[in-house]
Write a protein that binds this ligand. Structure first.
Ligand SMILES: N[C@@H](CCC[C@H](N)C(=O)O)C(=O)O
Length: 279
């Protein structure tokens, strides 16, 4: 079984063809993503071919399925470029969270994705919160009084604005916020510090993955939330522990994201990896 390993700013994914994924149980996918007992990754990207338009499924390392992933899409786009299915011209990709437009630079190093529209309706996440929008919503976690803005990028995000980013607090409160009862499908979590009108700094806790070094949809959601609150302009650099993504807005919160992708390796999985697991 062949897997292709890539990362976008330290947010690392394994890519495999659907014919490989079909041979794996959900438990085995979790094992493949495990950093000690498997190859290790922040998730599995399944290339579903698609007749005209390539189609992507995204599996988190806990085995749950995500509707969309920003870095997952950028990595999938680069993989499609590497296998020769697309060129440097713009192309479409289908995900469970909607269709997006991708573009890979000729040198393959930078990938741009039009992530679609950021939505602020709690129903879109879903979140069981009254009202058409949830902006600067008071939220308590771990005894801390927080201010949360809810955003759907096709997948759910709870964006917490802080005066000073503390990554230890992200690790400490991430799981609790991810699983709050108001989020029936759980949520991704970002803590955001606004540096200036064109720069934000974020810490990320991903649904189904935990603390990660970077996240594309999180960057889009955090920038969108700060834009909605009137704190940033139409172009925003998002600084993360793994590096930076460039976010820009057009129209009614249409979000564009650009940043680097690197290939790490092509790996053959040994069946011995599953030897201790029930058959
Ligand atoms: N790392 C991703 C997000 C992956 C999906 C997420 N964990 C979810 O469950 O929604 C990104 O770059 O967007």
């Amino acid at each position: 079984m062949i897997f292709h390993r890539y990362h976008g700013l330290g947010n690392d994914y394994l890519v495999c063809h659907h014919s490989v994924a079909a041979l794996l149980s959900n438990q085995q996918i979790k094992r493949v993503c495990d950093r000690h007992y498997g190859i290790g990754s922040d998730g599995l990207l399944i290339d579903n071919d698609g007749a005209d338009i390539p189609s992507l499924r995204i599996i988190n390392p806990d085995g749950s399925e995500a509707e969309k992933s920003g870095n997952g899409l950028r990595i999938y786009a680069r993989y499609l470029f590497d296998i020769g299915r697309v060129t440097h011209k713009p192309f479409l990709v289908n995900t469970a969270g909607g269709q997006v437009r991708c573009e890979v630079t000729e040198d393959a190093h930078q990938v741009t994705v039009d992530m679609g529209q950021a939505k602020f309706s709690p129903a879109a996440l879903p979140a069981t919160v009254e009202g058409d929008e949830a902006l600067a919503l008071p939220l308590v976690a771990g005894g801390h009084n927080l201010s949360a803005t809810l955003v759907s990028m096709g997948n759910p995000h709870c964006v917490i604005r802080v005066e000073k980013l503390d990554l230890d607090l992200v690790r400490q409160l991430g799981a609790e916020i991810e699983t709050l009862a108001i989020f029936p499908k759980r949520t991704n979590v970002q803590f955001v510090q606004v540096i200036d009108r064109n720069t934000i700094r974020i810490g990320i806790w991903e649904r189904g993955a935990g603390y990660t070094l970077a996240s594309g949809s999180s960057s889009c959601a955090a920038a969108s939330a700060m834009r909605k609150l009137g704190l940033v302009d139409d172009t925003v650099t998002v600084q993360m522990p793994g590096g930076e993504l460039a976010i820009s807005f057009s129209g009614d919160f249409q979000v564009n994201m650009r940043g680097p992708v690197q290939k790490i390796a092509t790996v053959t999985l040994d069946s011995d990896c599953f030897r201790d697991m029930p058959g």
